[in-house]
Design a protein around this ligand. Structure first.
Ligand code: 5MM
Length: 348
């Protein structure tokens, strides 16, 4: 009870700092209906409301997860759901000292006038939704924009529109007393090399921070969630962890103000092992002005989901898998990750 009081009493700046506390990071459990359906289908599960609730309850009750997980991003359905004992999920998490957050975007949709590119929707009515989410226990918010790398993309149109929307979302979140997590994701699809990924990620981050400045968003009271700078999935020349760390830090140094308290990387389709080795390499560089942490979805959940699909009535095996991944990823925060056999051998 005392811990729950602490979470709800945190002011936005303390919330942002607590989310990137040393040795901790964020679990992204905010898969929308189409995404969770895809994840469940991959392990032969049906995406029913009760399956989604039970699966997420399994995750949120994992023993000792609070020692490596600082916050959890929820989806609109999930923030309204409860554990089997009737305790609402946000309360269940806060009682463990884990900060509940909420994804507030309504997904990436086709961008008119820019063939094949996307812009994220969800600004209409956002002020009212934010007030409700705060009442439901959320203390931070998240909005994702996606940028595909192609010969002619991302266009300046796509970068500009998404940067404006990310900043609108951030300003409204701060107005509501919530900490915005700004998520511009440069996708890994394509055969491009790491230098092209660095160039595009840099252009996107530059545009986003210019727009945040224009819209008077407080940089101290937000977090950046972005991609590591990596080679495209189909590139014949896959960067090593050291190269990934070099290009990622170089890109952040050029485009992310030091007033931002932390960068939480997404895993973006990297395997559990690759995402963690890369985060570890990034943190081995040491001495950066921001906390360099994680907000992984797939790279924290993949093994746990497979274990849960094997026998949903016995959550302990899945919780062991999730607890192991949370602890390993937290170790990568300090550059001390030692791959376990289970993670090294897990399929992507
Ligand atoms: C990029 O996706 C975010 C991080 O997940 P990974 O570590 O698996 O890349 C994630 O938070 C994402 O935003 C949510 O899963 C929601 O995605 P959708 O597409 O369902 O909105």
């Amino acid at each position: 009870m005392a811990v729950a009081m602490q979470v709800s009493a945190l002011d936005p700046r303390s919330t942002a700092q607590a989310l990137v506390a040393p040795g901790k990071g964020i679990l992204a459990a905010d898969e929308s209906f189409p995404t969770i359906e895809k994840r469940f289908e991959s392990v032969g599960l049906e995406s029913t409301e009760d399956n989604r609730r039970s699966y997420r309850e399994m995750l949120f009750r994992t023993p000792e997860m609070e020692s490596s997980i600082s916050g959890v991003i929820l989806f609109d359905e999930t923030i309204r759901q409860s554990g089997s004992d009737g305790v609402p999920f946000p309360e269940l998490l806060a009682a463990r000292g884990i900060i509940p957050g909420i994804k507030v975007d309504k997904g990436a949709k086709a961008l008119a006038g820019a063939a094949g590119e996307k812009c994220t929707e969800g600004l209409d009515g956002l002020r009212e939704r934010l007030a409700e989410y705060r009442e439901l226990g959320a203390r931070f918010t998240k909005w994702r924009a996606v940028f595909a790398i192609g010969p002619e993309t991302p266009s300046e149109t796509c970068i500009h529109v998404n940067a404006v929307e990310l900043a609108r979302f951030a300003a409204l979140s701060q107005e509501a007393g919530l900490v915005p997590i700004i998520e511009p994701e440069v996708l890994m699809d394509g055969a491009h090399g790491i230098e092209r990924s660095a160039e595009v990620t840099g252009r996107v981050l530059q545009a986003v921070f210019e727009e945040l400045y224009l819209q008077r968003v407080q940089l101290e009271d937000l977090l950046l969630k972005t991609n590591m700078v990596v080679s495209g999935y189909d590139s014949p020349d896959q960067a090593t962890p050291d190269e990934t760390a070099y290009w990622t830090i170089r890109c952040l140094k050029r485009h992310v103000p030091v007033a931002v308290p932390g960068v939480v990387f997404l895993s973006g389709g990297q395997s559990e092992q690759t995402a963690t080795v890369n985060l570890d390499a990034i943190n081995r560089h040491g001495g950066q002005p921001w906390e360099l942490s994680f907000s992984f979805g797939r790279a924290l959940q993949s093994s746990a989901l497979r274990a849960w699909a094997d026998d949903p009535t016995d959550p302990e095996a899945a919780q062991r898998a999730f607890g192991r991944r949370a602890a390993e990823t937290a170790a990568a925060r300090t550059g001390t990750y030692a791959p376990s056999e289970a993670t090294a051998g897990a399929p992507a």
